[in-house]
Design a protein around this ligand. Structure first.
Ligand code: FES
Ligand code: FES
Length: 162
C-alpha cells in the first residue's frame, strides 16, 4: 500500500488529478506533480514568502500547506496572472524601478503585492512595507520594490483592475 491519496487541484483554471502522500507540500505538488514551476521554494519553513500562491482567493505559503488539505481548491500561481492587467502593470513597474535582481523572490513578492494593492489601492510606504514584510529579498534592499509598488499603484489609479 502506497499511502497515497488521490486529490484534485484546480491550478490556474486547469484541473489536475494527482496522487500524493499526505505529507507532500502544496508547492511540491504544484511544481513536481503539476509542472507549474513559477512558484519558488526558499526556506521551506514559512519564513521567506518565495512560495506564495493564492488558495481560493487568499494568499498562502505553499511550503507549509499540505496538498491533501487543498483537495478541490482553486490555486493561482504566478503563471495564472499572465492575462491580468494589474499584474502586467506591476511587472512593468518592477522592470522600470529595477525591483529585481536574481528574481528568486519575485513571483512571491508579486503575489503579495497584488494582494496588498487589492486592499490598499493607494498604499502609503508604511502600508507597502507592512504588506510585503513576509517576503524576503536577499538582493535588492527593498527600496526599489517599494518604489515599484507605489508606481504600479499610481499607474492603476483608484481600484485594482483584474
Ligand atoms: Fe515557503 Fe519560504 S519557501 S515561506
Ligand atoms: Fe534576488 Fe529578491 S531579487 S532574492
Amino acid at each position: 500500500m502506497s499511502g497515497k491519496q488521490s486529490i484534485t487541484l484546480n491550478i490556474n483554471g486547469r484541473g489536475h488529478e494527482i496522487e500524493v502522500e499526505p505529507r507532500r507540500t502544496l508547492v511540491d505538488a504544484i511544481r513536481d506533480n503539476c509542472g507549474q514551476t513559477g512558484t519558488h521554494i526558499g526556506c521551506e519553513h514559512g519564513i521567506c514568502g518565495a512560495c506564495t500562491v493564492e488558495i481560493d482567493g487568499e494568499i498562502a505559503r505553499s511550503c507549509i500547506t499540505y496538498a491533501v488539505a487543498c483537495d478541490g481548491a482553486r490555486v493561482r500561481t504566478i503563471e495564472g496572472f499572465d492575462d491580468d492587467t494589474a499584474m502586467a502593470r506591476l511587472r512593468q513597474a518592477f522592470t522600470e524601478a529595477h525591483a529585481l535582481q536574481c528574481g528568486y523572490c519575485t513571483p512571491g513578492m508579486m503575489l503579495a503585492a497584488i494582494d496588498l494593492l487589492a486592499e490598499h489601492p493607494d498604499p502609503t510606504e508604511d502600508e507597502i512595507r507592512h504588506g510585503l514584510e513576509g517576503n524576503l529579498c536577499r538582493c535588492t534592499g527593498y527600496q526599489n520594490i517599494v518604489r515599484a509598488v507605489r508606481n504600479a499603484a499610481a499607474a492603476m489609479g483608484p481600484g485594482v483592475p483584474s
